[in-house]
Design a protein around this ligand. Structure first.
Ligand code: SF4
Length: 223
């Protein structure tokens, strides 16, 4: 059944049930759908390009490439440092205990995980979950920059020191910069702690919520 016809039927059922459905004008809606599918296509192409990447030594031990996950049209993008063991196994970022903590933060912002986009500085797991090395980041970050360019989020939240350092090419400590507003090619960036760190130091989570309040403020004022 054609998509437009299926939508018409769904709308009619809702109307007959007494539920008022307000939709944007057809042309505008088509434009939005085209844009979303164009972003999905570009992300898929980038992911296909990356499958089998051997630019740095991390390819040798990966089970899965961890490209990124979420809404290609997300207004909010989270960037962490690298996949851990569970992420490497499942091929998705932030799926372990740290991922559950991140989900709580996303909910605090009034959003669902499917509404944001989540990616890492590195797409392959460093052995023993060690911090990304500069040479590995130098190879992998250009892919992340292309991801950001495609998604074009309204705001980026970096999680932990390496994400901030390699995205913005700055060496400031995370305790000093967290909660401050920076800019990446015109996109506001708010650095905060990595959820894995918060699991080890729960007393610092209060600061994360202050940072998220700032994110919420920025999301409110931006399109
Ligand atoms: S970490 Fe990035 S640059 Fe290195 S092999 Fe994986 S995808 Fe390629």
């Amino acid at each position: 059944m054609p998509e437009t016809f299926r939508k018409e039927i769904a709308r009619e059922i809702l109307r007959l049930s007494g539920i008022e459905v307000t939709l944007p004008p057809e042309k505008e809606r088509e434009g939005q759908e085209e844009e979303i599918s164009e972003k999905s296509r570009l992300l898929r192409e980038l992911m296909e390009e990356l499958e089998g990447c051997r630019l740095c030594g991390l390819h040798a031990e990966r089970t899965n490439l961890v490209f990124g996950v979420g809404n290609p049209d997300a207004r909010l993008m989270f960037i962490g440092e690298a996949p851990g063991a569970e992420e490497d196994r499942q091929g998705e970022p932030f799926v372990g205990a740290a991922g559950k903590r991140l989900n709580v933060w996303i909910e605090y912002l009034g959003l669902r995980r499917e509404e944001v986009y989540i990616a890492n500085i590195l797409k392959c797991r460093p052995p023993g979950n060690r911090t990304p090395r500069p040479d590995e980041a130098a190879f992998c970050v250009p892919f992340l920059r292309r991801q950001i360019e495609i998604i074009s989020p309204s705001i980026i939240v970096t999680l932990g020191a390496p994400a901030f350092k390699y995205l913005l090419e700055r060496s400031d400590g995370i305790t000093k910069v967290r909660g401050q507003e920076f800019s990446y090619r015109g996109i506001p960036v708010i650095p905060t702690y990595h959820p894995a760190y918060i699991l080890r130091s729960p007393a610092r989570e209060r600061e994360v919520y202050l940072d998220l309040d700032k994110v919420r403020e920025i999301l409110r004022r931006l399109p």
